[in-house]
Design a protein around this ligand. Structure first.
Ligand code: AMP
Ligand code: ZN
Length: 489
């Protein structure tokens, strides 16, 4: 079975076929850095990570682009309310850029702790203003804009496909239009491309533009940065489900209006929300949980990652400390089992290079689990089923420890639960590598993990090569009951 993804555009499961064979362009909407990410936001980034890891496991070269919103995002996605960055800066007595820097670092500190791979390219909105202006000019030249009350608006009536992603019915929207929205708008769904007459006298960041000194609307940044980094059409765009009716709908309208290309993006993926037992979590109301608040309550960031993987990204997930306890216990049992396997592994057949047999029954059994694991991911990234296959393998005592271990580490390339590192950390501390730099220890451990995978793949020449390379640096590997350990020779 090929990788199948649920495309919001069309509302169906579709086989994934990249626009350019072997390559994938992926844009995931990033954070607005006016506060810490809440644990609901982190759900979105775990989905992006699982997607990227799965695509890479399928041998595809993925360019993952993420934006950092540091300008233009108002508290209402449709141009209503305060500017989130400006308000946060005022409350904290800092400049907008200081606030943005602080929370950008905090964001990556959280994602690193959760083992969320860093994007290939990270774009700060304030560094792409010329791209935004250039894109807006193209939209204007093609007749999709009007200027009113000092702002440049996108005119949705000029774009017949408006609302296709969200299946919006424009006639219904018109009759149900709210009053009290921006009076300059011809249609309630029109949106600002460029503010020159700021709603806020204290607007911190402004730039010159053909429409006057001002700043961009929020939606244009994602169109401009993705087109700049990935081209005028690309494969996948993702974000939370809340982005379907406004943000992503407007991104599509702007991008397709500017380029004339349809569809701008081939696959749209949306994660459902993480909800608290009390209801919705929101960054702007302040009532939200951060990763650090979970850590302060005694949970590891990877307990939370495990918790998220146990739900499918398209189902709403209810957060409670009771469920997080369940995830923490499950992860602890997982690590205990893996460490027990590592203890056993040295005594089992297949341990020495060149002694394995390709037709050993346990090999094909491990491959069956691995195949089912990949199938689960191929089925719209079903991490709950992938975890179940991992557990099935660990519970199957007919698979020798070393084979099971190598397979588990292989599965963890996608799950990102740091399973190999957990075993190796213990080995490293057990053998007391005092005085060695953390970098060296990490490098050796990575090579040990690579060697285990090479052995699993019966690539004994590569496994021997790694042993030899380390020997030349004075590092001796020893395969023993607790797995592979190392010492200075
Ligand atoms: P923001 O920083 O507010 O722009 O949001 C960052 C990402 O988190 C976006 O993709 C949102 O759609 C997503 N998001 C916001 N709230 C939640 C939630 N409670 N659960 C899951 N995803 C969310
Ligand atoms: Zn976006």
């Amino acid at each position: 079975m090929a990788l199948t993804l649920f495309n919001t555009l069309g509302r169906e499961l579709q086989p994934f076929e990249p626009l350019t064979p072997g390559k994938v362009g992926f844009y995931g909407c990033g954070p607005t850095v006016y506060n810490y990410a809440h644990i609901g936001n982190l759900r979105a980034y775990v989905l992006h990570d699982i997607l990227v890891r799965t695509l890479r496991r399928r041998g595809l070269a993925v360019t993952h682009v993420m934006n950092i919103t540091d300008v233009g995002h108002l508290s209402g996605d449709n141009d209503e309310g305060d500017d989130k960055m400006v308000r946060s800066a005022e409350e904290r007595g800092k400049s907008v850029l200081e606030v943005a820097d602080f929370y950008t670092q905090a964001f990556f500190n959280d994602t690193d702790r959760m083992n969320i791979s860093r994007p290939t390219v990270v774009c700060k909105a304030t560094e792409y203003i010329p791209d935004m202006i250039a894109l807006i000019k193209r939209i204007e030249e093609r007749g999709f804009t009007y200027f009113a009350g000092g702002n440049l608006y996108f005119d949705i009536s000029r774009f017949p496909a408006y609302g296709e992603l969200a299946r919006l019915r424009l006639d219904e929207l018109k009759t149900g239009a709210r009053t009290g929205v921006d009076e300059n708008k011809r249609n309630p769904q029109d949106f600002v491309l460029w503010f020159t007459k700021s709603k806020f006298e204290n607007q911190a960041l402004v730039w010159d533009s053909p429409w006057g000194r001002g700043y961009p609307g929020w939606h244009i940044e994602c169109s401009a940065m993705s087109v700049r980094c990935l081209g005028e059409t690309f494969d996948i765009h993702a974000g939370g489900i809340d982005h379907v009716p406004i943000h992503h709908t407007n991104e599509i309208a702007q991008s397709e209006a500017a380029t004339g290309k349809h569809p701008w993006v081939k696959y749209w993926l949306h994660n459902e929300f993480l909800v608290l037992d009390k209801g919705k979590m929101s960054k702007s109301t302040g009532g939200f949980l951060t990763l650090q608040s979970l850590v302060d309550a005694g949970y590891a960031p990877l307990d939370y990652r495990y918790f998220l993987l146990s739900g499918h990204y398209r189902s709403q997930l209810q957060f409670s400390y009771q469920s997080l306890d369940g995830a923490r216990n499950a992860r602890k049992s997982l690590l205990d089992r893996i460490r027990a396997l590592a203890d056993k592994a040295g005594f089992l057949p297949g341990e020495g290079e060149g002694t394995g047999s390709a037709s050993a029954p346990w090999e094909s059994k491990a491959e069956t689990y691995c195949g089912a694991f990949d199938k689960a991911l191929d089925d719209d990234l079903s991490t709950p089923r992938a975890l179940a296959e991992l557990w099935g393998l660990l519970r199957d005592s007919s698979v020798p420890a070393e084979v099971a271990l190598a397979t588990v580490f292989d599965m963890d390339q996608v799950l990102g639960l740091d399973l190999a590192e957990a075993v190796e950390r213990r080995n490293a501390s057990g053998t007391g590598h005092c005085g060695e730099s953390q970098e060296l220890i990490a490098e050796i451990e990575a090579l040990i993990a690579e060697r285990a995978l090479a052995k699993k793949a019966k690539n004994f020449a590569q496994a021997d090569g790694i042993r030899q390379r380390l020997k030349e640096q004075g590092i001796i590997l020893e395969d023993g009951p607790a797995g592979t350990t190392w010492r200075r020779g």
